[in-house]
Design a protein around this ligand. Structure first.
Ligand code: BTN
Length: 329
């Protein structure tokens, strides 16, 4: 969308449904009043509902509910100049698209969002149900050039940041189920999938993918999944503004990424993880490499590994695995 339309959109959004004078807009943007009117028509064609009155000007009645590139761009404040955004109607997997774009040399950082994924992926090659444009499917491309050993903490760090961000949109933030689930009790509200390509002992390409169940109520999911998921709108009791959430997510992920790469994430991480940790103090089973381990979760260490205390009080450390919470004895 051309720059003038972005500026008009910014003015309209800043008034939060209030009137913006056409004459004032024309002056500020160096356009004729007809020029302003033409841009408003283009915004209408792009899905914005606008009201126009002779004496008052224009006001934004409704922004599109679906993901809208220009709206997300306009809502993104203070983004790094180099950042670029792609919003697709449909893609196999936003993580795969980011991998392809990284391989093709696209400058980083960038994000790919899609309204639907046909082959959305989760951990362990599981599929991530991605049929609803009311939810968010987003992946970010980075080239961090840091040692691979630092990566396990990355997803946990991003998880803490996502919980803090979501606390601004829903009355209760989700909890983190190590290492990558955003949950409300036993219901999943989102998940993260971090993938990396390593080159000479450094991370060359890094993809951070997030799926968030935003506005599609769990009843609309296939029956086998419906009882295991929850949408943020169900937690909030009303629809969330998908475009505002997408813009806030992008802003937060970029900031969190910069802090991680510059090694500014360590201080305070343990307390922040603890605040959202679903598992601490709970008996769990951890499946790792075909073996099942039982114990009580003590927390995570500074490298992001899960610490379990077994029945004989021995401490075990796991870098990977799948956790299920067991019933309290
Ligand atoms: C998990 O819980 O196992 C992780 C799920 C991650 C899903 C997101 S949706 C956007 C991005 N693209 C994908 O194919 N997967 C991630």
């Amino acid at each position: 969308m051309p720059q003038t339309e972005h500026l008009i959109l910014r003015e309209l959004l800043a008034r939060e449904g209030g009137w913006v004078s056409g004459a004032a807009l024309a002056r500020r943007l160096g356009l004729s009043r007809v020029g302003v009117w033409q841009r408003m028509e283009r915004l209408r064609a792009a899905g914005f509902t606008l009201e126009a009155r002779r004496a008052r000007g224009y006001r934004l009645v409704r922004a599109p509910e679906r993901l809208h590139p220009a709206l997300v761009e306009t809502l993104l404040r203070g983004r790094p100049r180099a950042f670029s955004l792609v919003i697709l109607d449909e893609v196999d997997s936003t993580n795969d698209e980011v991998l392809r774009q990284l391989a093709a040399g696209r400058p980083t950082p960038f994000a790919v969002l899609a309204r639907r994924q046909t082959q959305g992926r989760g951990r362990f090659g599981r599929s991530w149900h991605s049929a609803s444009p009311a939810n968010l499917y987003a992946s970010f491309g980075f080239r961090p050039r840091i040692p691979p050993g630092r990566m396990p903490l990355f997803t946990l760090w991003m998880g803490v940041n996502l919980c803090e961000l979501l606390a601004n949109f829903v009355p209760e933030a989700p909890r983190l189920k190590w290492p990558n689930d955003l949950v409300y009790g036993s219901h999943k509200a989102g998940g993260m999938l971090t993938e990396a390509r390593i080159d000479a002992d450094q991370i060359r390409d890094l993809v951070f993918g997030v799926g968030l169940n935003v506005n599609a109520p769990s009843e609309t999911w296939p029956t086998d999944l419906a009882r295991r998921v929850i949408s943020l709108s169900q937690v909030a009791g009303s629809r969330l503004d998908l475009n505002r959430l997408a813009a806030a997510l992008i802003g937060r992920v970029l900031l969190a990424y910069a802090a991680f790469v510059e090694d500014r994430h360590r201080e305070g991480f343990a307390e922040r993880w603890h605040r959202y940790d679903l598992l601490r103090g709970r008996p769990v089973a951890l499946l790792e490499g075909g073996r099942r381990h039982h114990g009580t979760v003590v927390g995570v260490d500074e490298e992001g590994a899960l610490l379990l205390r077994d029945a004989s009080a021995r401490l075990h450390r796991f870098r990977a695995g799948e956790v299920t919470v067991e019933r309290e004895p």
